[in-house]
Write a protein of this length. Structure first.
Length: 179
């Protein structure tokens, strides 16, 4: 029975599992995204997120804690130097797992895990949309000021048209009275 077993053992002994997660975390920090199975990606997410949280505060103590998990000086220095400043304002959720479908050879469910702030696909589109929206917004405010006057004029025209519409009704009533 599986009572109280929180983590996924991934079919490995403890030392093998820790070494694999450390290697995958180093690869994720270095390349910003990696492809793996869904189970490994979910386990890696649980492994990496606390390390990124520790890296937001650059102290010797935090560096030693992260190094004890990652076992790679290069990965630790890149995490504290490059990744931490980018995610400084984010209160968690530093990674994203995207399912990719089944692997051809053994039909294992594959996934891509990536650091959220390093995604070029999403990051490039968002600023362009914001800039175009802002520009359009400023133009719209200028346009509304210039178009506000014709709207008032058109409102006056509609008021003039309304009495004309009432006059034929009055004529019809007069015609009925004459008959």
């Amino acid at each position: 029975m599986r009572h109280g077993k929180k983590g996924n053992h991934l079919g490995r002994k403890t030392a093998h599992r820790r070494a694999m997660l450390a290697n995958m975390a180093c690869s994720l920090i270095e390349h910003k995204r990696i492809n793996t199975t869904v189970a490994k990606a979910k386990a890696l997410k649980v492994f990496v997120e606390p390390l990124v949280t520790k890296s937001k505060e650059d102290t010797t103590h935090n560096r030693r804690i992260v190094f004890s998990k990652l076992r790679s000086k290069e990965a630790v220095s890149e995490l504290f130097r490059d990744v931490a400043p980018k995610v400084g304002d984010r209160p968690g959720g530093y990674t994203r797992v995207i399912k990719l479908g089944s692997r051809l050879g053994d039909a294992a469910e594959m996934a891509m895990i990536e650091l959220v702030d390093y995604n070029e696909t999403y990051g490039v589109d968002k600023p362009k949309k914001k800039k175009s929206t802002r520009r359009a917004g400023k133009k719209k405010s200028d346009d509304t000021a210039s178009t506000a006057q014709p709207k008032e004029a058109s409102a006056k025209e509609t008021k003039k048209e309304e009495p004309k519409a009432e006059e034929p009704k009055a004529e019809k009533k007069d015609d009925k009275k004459e008959e």
